[in-house]
Design a protein around this ligand. Structure first.
Ligand SMILES: *[C@@H]1O[C@H](CO)[C@@H](O)[C@H](O)[C@H]1NC(C)=O
Ligand SMILES: *[C@@H]1O[C@H](CO)[C@@H](O)[C@H](O)[C@H]1NC(C)=O
Ligand SMILES: *[C@@H]1O[C@H](CO)[C@@H](O)[C@H](O)[C@H]1NC(C)=O
Ligand SMILES: *[C@@H]1O[C@H](CO)[C@@H](O)[C@H](O)[C@H]1NC(C)=O
Ligand SMILES: CC(=O)N[C@H]1CO[C@H](CO)[C@@H](O)[C@@H]1O
Length: 555
């Protein structure tokens, strides 16, 4: 225990004895289980990490690649080919891609190069404005539709379900000239924070394959972190963009609610109530790609966001909380993650003369309950209905029996979710009404704090990437991201290097409604100051080069 956390303990108000007992019990279970999972990992998964990269193209930001393609310094075909080669190299180690469209993508790249060489090609200026990502490859999680590709959401019954059209966000990316190359792995029905399912198996962390990639955009996070894609689209209903970004050490943005279209995502929220929790947004290695990509994804709605305004960082007001105040069954925030947050706070104080203010929002303790209440829906068809591909036929006990024979079509956590769902918070119940009122109150507290150019620093997750299966005993640790979906405000996940075990850690930067430009400007500054993504070495002309983490070099 470091000084910081022991000091913190003393400050805490007295907990009820029953909570103390439950928490103690939970710690013991955690300890034993993490021992078991470590043994499983030790014997079943060799410890590996992503291989060195062999092509400098993979180091550049999507925006730089686009500029080089426009100016015909490199061809789109070379770029697409470099990424296809990288995917083929990392896929056996990381298992993060579920389907590629390599031939089609190369064909589209060649068409793009031909267009650029032709005499009637638009001017570079027009291309920059109208097709900002011309010729640059991108990827998306399985849940987001690409015409002619599978959209399984990790459900075995959907293993042959093919989309007949592009999701709205994919359409917008294509209109900006970007070329889809592959789709990536997710958790079953995108409802868990380890990306594993019974069609495609488990994705593995590029920094240590014994650890998880997070979820539900977990394959996407791992692929981008391993330089298998320059950027991608994620979706976030409880942290599904930010957790994978945190665990894999890249940048990602959950947009203010209602700005980016959710159309074409499966599982689609079937109620307006859930639709407001879900937000799509960009995931990338280079923080300077966040704004250009969000501008594309938001389409006409980009005008709601001030993305072109210049942010004066010295005028920011910074608030922070080290943790949520010690909630039942949620683990304490690791000291290394708190220390990383203090490095950011010190940096802004030193360089921009902004002094951060510690706040104590008591309702953050209830994050999990507030999220569960907000996720409840009017009709009680629930998760079993979802698992049945919305046909309504699912015998939970039979599926559970099948699971024990290792032959079932569902993951254990999906079946557990069905079983515990009935104990959940019922829509319209007294408890639900009370919790919704509390989230409105919390929203108002945030509004007061942030609406006047404020940002709020908060851990993205209490621990670095756990071992495979370990989330089963940490079911509520996603509350740090989930509460932000309840509030609907924007949040950018920013990497802050590796911890002492070599796993990525980071922080989330939260802003007021429609203040995405502030959190994104802070993300750029954090990238500039702390290096952002930690690249693998580069092999060039037979020599290994340690890649400097100075983001400016690649933008
Ligand atoms: C699953 O649902 C999709 C619609 O989302 C449908 O197109 C598909 O045929 C269904 N699959 C099965 C096996 O029922
Ligand atoms: C713009 O916002 C509206 C309202 O939130 C939404 O219905 C629409 O899908 C959004 N359009 C795009 C292009 O994202
Ligand atoms: C959650 O994260 C904490 C750190 O806050 C960790 O110690 C604990 O094992 C995790 N527990 C759960 C329930 O997620
Ligand atoms: C979730 O919160 C939003 C915003 O406060 C609200 O519009 C929506 O109705 C809530 N959903 C449920 C199920 O309570
Ligand atoms: C472990 C596993 O099933 N991996 C699969 C992931 O998806 C790719 C592409 O569909 C398959 O080739 C792998 O076998």
């Amino acid at each position: 225990m470091t000084q910081m956390s022991s000091k913190n303990r003393k400050e805490k108000p007295k907990m009820k004895p029953i909570i103390q007992v439950v928490n103690l019990f939970h710690r013991v279970v955690e300890l034993i289980a993490s021992g078991v999972f470590s043994l499983i990992a030790y014997f079943c998964h060799p410890k590996e990490c992503q291989p060195p990269i062999k092509n400098r193209i993979l180091l550049y930001s999507a925006s730089t690649l686009a500029a080089q393609i426009r100016q015909q310094e490199i061809t789109s075909e070379e770029v697409v080919q470099a990424y296809i080669d990288r995917i083929n190299e990392i896929q056996p180690i990381l298992n993060c891609v579920v389907e590629g469209r390599f031939e089609e993508a190369l064909e589209e790249a060649r068409k793009c190069d031909k267009m650029l060489r032709s005499s009637n090609a638009p001017s570079i200026k027009i291309l920059t404005m109208e097709k900002p990502f011309l010729g640059v490859p991108f990827t998306t999680k399985d849940c987001i539709a690409i015409a002619g590709m599978k959209q399984t959401a990790g459900l075995v019954v959907r293993k042959n379900t093919v989309s007949d059209r592009d999701a709205e966000t994919v359409k917008l990316m294509r209109a900006a000239g970007a070329i889809p190359i592959a789709k990536t792995n997710v958790s079953e029905l995108a409802m868990w924070w380890e990306s594993s399912n019974c069609i495609y198996g488990t994705s593995r962390n590029p920094y240590n394959t014994r650890h998880i990639v997070g979820g539900s955009s977990g394959g996407e996070g791992a692929l981008i972190a391993a330089a298998g894609s320059p950027f991608g689209i994620g979706s976030d209903i409880g942290g599904s963009i930010r957790m994978p970004c945190f665990f894999n050490g890249i940048f990602g943005h959950k947009t203010t609610r209602g700005v980016v279209s959710n159309e074409g995502q499966y599982p689609s929220p079937h109620h307006e109530e859930q639709d407001v929790l879900l937000s799509l947004g960009p995931m990338c290695r280079n923080p300077f790609d966040l704004i250009p990509m969000l501008r594309v994804l938001a389409g006409k709605n980009a005008s709601m966001l001030n993305l072109d305004s210049k942010v004066d960082l010295s005028k920011l007001k910074i608030y922070y909380m080290e943790d949520d105040g010690g909630q039942l069954l949620v683990s304490p925030v690791e000291p290394e993650i708190k220390k990383a947050m203090y490095r950011v706070i010190d940096y802004f104080a030193r360089v921009h003369k902004v002094k951060a203010k510690k706040v104590d929002l008591k309702k953050m303790k209830k994050s999990t309950d507030l999220w569960l209440a907000n996720m409840s829906t009017k009709d009680a068809r629930g998760f079993a209905y979802e698992l049945s591909n919305r046909t309504g036929v699912l015998n939970i006990w039979w599926k559970l029996a099948q699971w024990f024979t290792f032959m079932g079509p569902h993951t254990l956590i999906a079946l557990i979710t069905v079983l515990v769902e009935s104990f959940g918070i019922k829509f319209g119940s007294e408890k639900h009404t009370k919790l919704i009122q509390q989230s409105r109150d919390l929203y108002l507290e945030f509004k007061d704090m942030l609406d006047d150019g404020g940002i709020f620093l908060y851990p993205t997750h209490p621990t670095a990437a756990p071992m495979h299966h370990e989330p089963l005993i940490k079911p509520f640790n996603f509350s740090y991201t989930a509460i932000i979906n309840v509030l609907g405000v924007p949040s950018t996940a920013c990497p802050l290097g590796l911890n002492q075990n070599g796993l990525p850690i980071g922080i989330q930067v939260i802003g007021g409604m429609y203040q995405d430009h502030l959190t994104l400007a802070v993300a750029e500054e954090i990238g500039r100051a702390f290096g952002g993504w930690v690249p693998p070495p580069l092999i060039e002309n037979g020599a290994t080069i340690e890649v400097p983490t100075d983001i400016a070099l690649y933008t």
